[in-house]
Design a protein. Structure first.
Ligand SMILES: [Fe+2]
Length: 429
């Protein structure tokens, strides 16, 4: 990225952020719609102050590892209490966002992107801040889906392509052998995606398509939620406590089911990837199907390994950037698209839809790769490593293109399902 690219991307990111919140009332912005999510006005202020920390203060003085002080520090003020903070008006937050942006652009003009400073080299810190804003845009959509009061109405919605296919249950096979995972990219990738490293992979098979609503309904109708032997111990405990009997946002409609995406209520479409299931539900489904969840390593091989060239692609379709034409990403479809709608979203192994539509749960804990080094701050990845979180891959319809690639690792608690999460299954081969 050169200086003009950076300035243009910062502007574009802000336009999207503000477009998403544009239809909201003051009450919508300040209300804590769910204990899991911040009031949206908090996210807006947090986006601006994160930008100031990294693109002004940390470029001027000693780098502060950690996030910003004050009410926007996410560690001092966990999400469930953010509704009690004294939060400013939208006009005040917008004024702060603008004022910070002016200083950021002034500092950018003198930034040396070709030198040795690892923060500035190739524009790394700008890519990091852009991705931070993109990630909060997806967080907004989780909040807006949970929104209390009148459902959120988007100001602009795209139609997905009309193509659709019916899954035939087929699986793609990898014969095993050494592969290269992760990346050495220092311009965009987060520290947890690095370094590129080799691993020996046992042969496996993986679903060509993600698990659909139709597949999931069969599991439900076969008593999936009532059969303890299909669930892990933790999963069964969640099942009992939550009393869940369907994905989040599904509602009974006679003998059928309907679902709500923002303000659209429709009967469940059997030909769409299932969304809003937690890890435990995905794990139980896989056991019911006689399969298992893929490891994140298997997922990455299925998404991008080209066995003939012996190399990992950045995306399923190759190395060309992610765009809303190539996959259901970038938010404006406002929902999962029919299976196979994006015909070129196919990996060398033959898996469809690995980028976009739904994040896919894997069986892997969120752990550092061999040779991992924290950069530039521990609070992005390092403090979350351990067995509490499961890795999700591939991005969802709500993910912006600038923050998804085959190597990208997301993580969350295995009980979470307000995220746009689905899965596909694998088995040993
Ligand atoms: Fe943040």
């Amino acid at each position: 990225m050169n200086h003009e690219d950076i300035a243009a991307r910062l502007t574009e990111a802000r336009e999207r952020t503000l477009a998403l919140v544009d239809p909201l009332s003051d009450d919508d912005l300040h209300r804590q719609h769910d204990p899991l999510m911040s009031p949206i006005i908090w996210d807006l202020g947090h986006i601006a102050h994160f930008e100031e920390l990294w693109l002004v203060r940390n470029l001027e003085g000693p780098v502060e590892f950690g996030e910003m002080p004050g009410i926007y520090n996410p560690f001092e003020h966990p999400r469930r209490v953010r509704g009690q903070l004294e939060l400013p008006s939208l006009d005040d937050v917008k004024a702060v966002m603008n004022e910070i942006r002016q200083r950021v652009l002034a500092r950018l003009a003198s930034a040396n992107l070709d030198g040795d400073d690892p923060l500035l080299c190739d524009g790394y810190v700008y890519a990091m801040v852009l991705q931070h804003e993109y990630q909060h845009d997806e967080t907004f959509l989780q909040t807006l889906q949970l929104k209390q009061g009148a459902p959120y109405q988007a100001s602009r919605v795209y139609e997905p392509p009309r193509r659709r296919v019916t899954a035939d249950g087929s699986m793609a096979k990898f014969g095993g052998g050494p592969v290269e995972l992760g990346t050495d990219d220092r311009a965009v990738a987060y520290d947890n995606e690095r370094p590129r490293h080799e691993r020996e992979i046992a042969p496996f098979a993986i679903d060509v398509y993600p698990v659909t609503n139709g597949d999931y309904l069969q599991f439900m109708r076969d008593g999936g939620y009532a059969r303890e032997n299909l669930w892990s111990a933790d999963g069964w405990q969640w099942n009992r406590e939550s009393q869940a009997d369907a994905p989040k946002y599904w509602m009974r409609d006679g003998d059928d089911w309907c679902t709500r995406v923002m303000d659209r209520v429709s009967s469940v479409d059997a030909g769409l990837a299932v969304c809003h299931v937690c890890y435990h539900e995905a794990d139980a489904f896989a056991r019911w199907a006689g399969k298992r969840l893929p490891t994140e390593t298997e997922w990455e091989v299925a998404a991008g390994w080209d066995e003939s060239e012996k190399r990992m692609q950045r995306f399923p379709w190759g190395d060309e950037p992610a765009t809303p034409e190539r996959a259901n990403i970038d938010q404006l479809v406002f929902g999962v698209a029919p299976l196979g709608a994006y015909g070129t979203n196919r990996s060398p192994l033959g898996c469809y839809g690995m980028i976009g539509d739904v994040w896919e749960w894997t069986s892997s804990d969120f752990l550092p790769y061999p040779g991992y080094r924290t950069f530039p701050y521990a609070e992005y990845s390092e403090v979350f490593f351990g067995n509490e979180y499961k890795v999700l891959r591939g991005g969802s319809w709500a993910t912006r293109p600038g923050v998804i690639r085959n190597s990208f690792r997301n993580w969350d608690y295995p009980i979470r399902r307000q995220i746009f999460s689905g899965f596909r299954c694998a088995r040993d081969a």
